[in-house]
Design a protein around this ligand. Structure first.
Ligand SMILES: Cc1cc2nc3c(=O)[nH]c(=O)nc-3n(C[C@H](O)[C@H](O)[C@H](O)COP(=O)(O)OP(=O)(O)OC[C@H]3O[C@@H](n4cnc5c(N)ncnc54)[C@H](O)[C@@H]3O)c2cc1C
Length: 504
């Protein structure tokens, strides 16, 4: 499909250009790769999935919650079914042990009943209210507080790793011909009324040590998809469409060590307190990687605020101790923040712009955006077709992708075959997460160029010591495999050098 000479960064031609490589942009790119279409994705970060996609609860929601009349509610259940189908094709790990929405006060039982009724209306199966009589809740969730009065139990809540999902989609769409321009920040959009083409101007954001730094890239395209997360309103304005605005609403989390795994068996939601907006969307539950995740809050903020605060984290503790009295908070290994992209419409902003119908928004993708990613992708491609894009099937399209081969943490005997095939499997680089040199090299071969790129693909640096042991080792491997000087290795692109300094 598309063949682009990397040395000529000016004037790339595309049929469709997607701005933003989060889960939304990547899923749309993969959907487009089913057709003979030149698709270019522009992403300001050095890797995919580094916006909201990397910091959320990682849940594929069943579709019972949300405000009636919104796309968020209407799309969620179908989105979940479609996610599961695509996850199979892409070998995205998913686990499911149900979920519980817990009522701590009598006046919250109505909320359980409302969600039960709403879920049934949208086809969600396996929903039931369980009252806490004779310790019935302790039978299914042993550490739950006896002050929980009842729960809405849902069979259809799945856990995923959101960044792993984005990486899987990215790898598959690349195999199918999509071209990704990473470290490329869109700064302007022009439309030529005569040629009927958009000209997207982007700046290379690789740090000051890189020779491409600050270079301009121009992409000529017939259509634009705006999937730029919290910045989507700014991208829309560049195209003359200022019809909506997006505010960032942050959610803070605690992440607990794998030793705390098992304390809670499934996602347990807390019904928000109407008097405290910050308490919206709070959940404690296992992650797919066997940590324990606790959060998050709902706080309006600015689009660059990724900070956590001790005061708010204390409030989170307090709220959850009402539901689980013995949470092992001494096992916290880190805390982090995710930013929701909340449009002033209160809903997803999907479809062609009023100003130019070849500019399609996939914006305001707040929760359950992860769940709905593949459905949003299908809908976006339908919009493109309605607006004149010719969709000819790509006969070479490969739907399947295999996840990376990992050392087995539980059964070391199973690893012998790997050691025999490649001795790099026997050299452990990250001790906490048991990641070998071979896995890191594989991640680099599949697109990782930074420490974080390695971390999100292999988990090296995600364990108890948070990279204290392996950072230097991973940097050396990156330097060798990428053929880059050691001082040019970054944590996460741009100027995030660890050993870098400017050579005059
Ligand atoms: C706290 C929290 C919890 C959540 N929990 C869940 C959950 O459990 N289940 C669920 O379904 N959903 C959940 N969500 C929602 C879900 O995370 C988002 O809907 C989804 O990740 C949005 O993906 P996206 O690709 O639209 O945006 P993003 O991931 O933000 O991607 C947008 C991309 O655009 C890029 N970009 C921006 N500006 C430019 C530019 N000028 N040039 C080039 N690139 C640019 C960014 O760098 C970014 O990579 C949660 C969200 C939060 C914040």
């Amino acid at each position: 499909m598309i063949k682009i000479d990397n040395t000529v960064m000016n004037n790339l031609k595309a049929d469709v250009a997607i701005i933003g490589a989060g889960i939304t942009g990547c899923a749309i790119a993969r959907e487009l790769s089913k057709y003979k279409i030149r698709t270019v994705v522009l992403e300001k970060e050095a890797d995919v999935g580094w916006g909201t996609t990397k910091a959320n609860s990682g849940l594929i929601h069943p579709g019972y919650a949300g405000d009636e009349g919104t796309l968020k509610l209407k799309m969620c259940h179908t989105g979940s079914l479609l996610f599961r189908k695509n996850a199979e094709e892409l070998d995205i790990p998913m686990t499911n042990n149900g979920s519980m929405l817990n009522a701590l006060r009598k006046n919250q039982i109505g909320e359980l009943e409302h969600n039960l009724k709403q879920g049934k209306k949208y086809g969600v199966r396996g929903l039931k209210i369980i009252f806490n009589s004779n310790s019935s809740l302790k039978e299914i969730e042993p550490n739950i507080s006896s002050s929980v009065l009842a729960c809405l139990y849902s069979e259809e809540h799945y856990l995923i790793s959101p960044y792993e999902a984005a990486i899987a989609i990215y790898e598959n769409s690349k195999t199918n011909g999509v071209y990704y321009l990473l470290s490329s920040k869109v700064t302007g959009i022009n439309y030529n009324n005569i040629s009927k083409k958009f000209y997207i101007v982007a700046l290379n954001t690789l740090g000051y040590l890189n020779k491409m730094c600050g270079k301009k890239i121009v992409v000529e395209t017939d259509y634009i998809i705006n999937a730029a997360g919290v910045f989507a309103d700014e991208i829309s304005e560049m195209a003359g469409d200022g019809f909506y605005s997006i505010k960032a609403v942050k959610g803070q989390y605690f992440l607990l060590d794998s030793e705390a795994h098992g304390f809670v068996r499934r996602p347990n939601f807390r019904i928000s307190d109407p008097e405290n907006i910050k308490s919206k969307g709070m959940v404690i539950g296992p992650t797919i990687d066997k940590n324990l995740l606790i959060g998050s809050t709902y706080e309006a903020t600015d689009k660059y605020d990724n900070h956590t605060s001790a005061e708010v984290l204390e409030e989170i503790k307090e709220k959850f101790l009402q539901m689980f009295e013995e949470i092992p908070f001494d096992k916290v290994i880190t805390s982090f923040t995710g930013l929701r992209a909340i449009a002033d419409t209160g809903d997803f902003v999907l479809g062609p712009s009023k100003v130019n119908e070849k500019f399609i928004n996939a914006a305001g993708i707040q929760s359950p955006g992860l769940t709905c990613a593949f459905l949003i992708a299908e809908m976006t491609v339908d919009f493109l077709e309605q607006k004149g894009l010719n969709l000819l099937k790509n006969s070479k399209y490969m739907p399947l992708r295999k996840k990376a081969v990992r050392l087995n943490k539980e059964d070391f005997m199973l690893n012998n075959a790997l050691y025999e095939k490649d001795s790099n499997y026997s050299e452990i680089i990250c001790r906490c997460e048991k990641v070998s040199r071979a896995e890191i090299i594989d991640a680099i071969n599949k697109g990782a160029t930074t420490l974080d790129g390695i971390k999100f693909r292999t988990r090296a640096g995600m364990g108890r010591c948070q990279g204290g042991y392996c950072t230097l080792k991973v940097m050396k491997i990156l330097s060798k495999e990428l053929g880059l000087p050691f001082n040019e290795i970054t944590k996460s692109g741009e100027d995030s050098y660890i050993a870098g300094c400017k050579m005059e």
